[in-house]
Design a protein around this ligand. Structure first.
Ligand code: NI
Length: 396
């Protein structure tokens, strides 16, 4: 579609301006007030009527086509991370300690770009596009997707399917990746407190050493992945934080740990809380201590619908060429709250290549790193795939 490429080029300067503005003014999960206000203003400037404060700082707007028909949702997340940016870009973060190091600034800008284009094409399609600018993706305990769905984002009008994307530095600019089925893992969080009894460091027999117990707990937890989960399934159990003890010569009475579990198979995921607790209980009590344990179910696995997967593959091949399409052999074990849309309606999530082709894969700067800097050449590609997927969906 030559017209589509022209339209994208026409709006690209504005899209890049929006991207750089949002990038320079990052806001943390749950605090996306100015970002949402900026997005809403851009939508109003297009002549759209955005609804603000949907499930937090969510912004929703409709683009209605020529005749009533299906409703397709296009979703972008908009929050940033508590990191210090070190990209050296001229439009780097002006908010110290906060940075768009997961590329959600590019997601928001690409969705604004798709909005410009679809708004101009509205006489050429039937049905409705629902633009979903979603806050709070980065914290599974806050999940903006969950809150927007609870606030009714998939109703009035009812949404028949949703498309979303994430910039992905594992792939170079020009490549777009999508899988049939699991794309991203579940992301759960747990808290462990091991309790012992303090005593003089020279007389451990008078105390119960919470640090020694914790060391055994951590070792034993590794057995869940190696011995309880089938080698054909994927799982991760990570302890990411540990604090405990008071002084070099005092037996520690308390150690606190926090960790995360990732799974692709819901059945395996369901077993995790009990497996972990049994180990914590057995080791702690076996060594004379006690424990507290809390497990929070965060994001579900993000699972693409087979039909939407086919549709997105066609959109990628048609607009970017056969070679652009990548079907990854495995899913990522990162979490993503796009999963909640997938659970409700047939949806698809794609990874948009954004690495400089000159940069070797082993030198890539990953997401969630203060140096992450996706190439802006990826943005028109992401816009084109999004718009084409939406039009194909509405034309079905
Ligand atoms: Ni992200």
């Amino acid at each position: 579609m030559a017209e589509l490429k022209e339209l994208i080029q026409k709006y690209l300067p504005q899209v890049l301006e929006h991207r750089r503005h949002i990038h320079a003014h990052p806001e943390l999960t749950g605090q996306e007030k100015e970002t949402a206000a900026y997005i809403a203003q851009v939508l109003r400037d297009m002549g759209l009527k955005p609804v603000e404060n949907v499930g937090g700082y969510g912004v929703v707007a409709l683009i209605e086509g020529k005749n009533p028909g299906k409703v397709v949702g296009l979703r972008a997340d908009i929050d940033a991370l508590p990191l210090t940016e070190c990209t050296g870009l001229p439009y780097a973060s002006q908010n110290p300690g906060v940075a768009h190091s997961c590329g959600h600034d590019t997601h928001a800008a690409m969705l604004l770009g798709a909005a410009y284009v679809l708004n101009e094409l509205r006489d050429q399609f039937d049905g409705t596009v629902k633009l979903i600018f979603q806050p709070a993706e980065e914290d599974p305990m806050a999940s903006g997707a969950k809150k927007m769905i609870e606030a009714g984002v998939l109703e009035n009008p009812h949404v028949d399917g949703v498309f979303g994307q994430h910039v992905w530095p594992q792939y170079e600019v020009g490549k777009v990746a999508v899988r049939n089925g699991a794309m991203m893992a579940s992301s759960d969080r747990f808290f462990i407190t091991v309790k012992g009894k303090s005593s003089h460091g020279s007389a451990p027999e008078n105390g119960i050493d919470a640090i020694a117990i914790s060391a055994q707990v951590i070792s034993a937890l590794q057995n869940i992945v190696s011995r309880n989960v089938s080698p054909l399934d994927s799982a991760v159990v990570t302890i990411g934080k540990i604090t405990g003890g008071n002084r070099y010569n005092v037996i520690a009475d308390t150690v606190k740990m926090e960790g995360t579990c990732r799974n692709l198979n819901p059945a395996v995921r369901k077993q995790m809380p009990a497996r972990i607790e049994n180990i914590v209980k057995g080791v702690s009590e076996g060594m004379g201590g006690s424990y507290e344990f809390q497990y929070f179910m965060g994001y579900s696995p993000t699972v693409n619908d087979p039909k939407q997967f086919e549709l997105v593959c066609e959109a990628i091949k048609e607009t970017q060429g056969e070679d652009a399409l990548v079907i990854p052999a495995s899913s990522a074990l990162g979490g993503e709250d796009f999963s909640f849309y997938c659970e409700k309606v047939p949806s698809a999530f794609i990874w948009l290549g954004c690495r400089d082709p000159k940069m070797p894969l082993d030198k890539l700067v990953p997401i969630h790193n203060g140096g992450f800097a996706p190439m802006e050449e990826a943005l028109p590609i992401g816009m084109e795939v999004m718009v084409t997927s939406a039009l194909k969906f509405l034309a079905q």
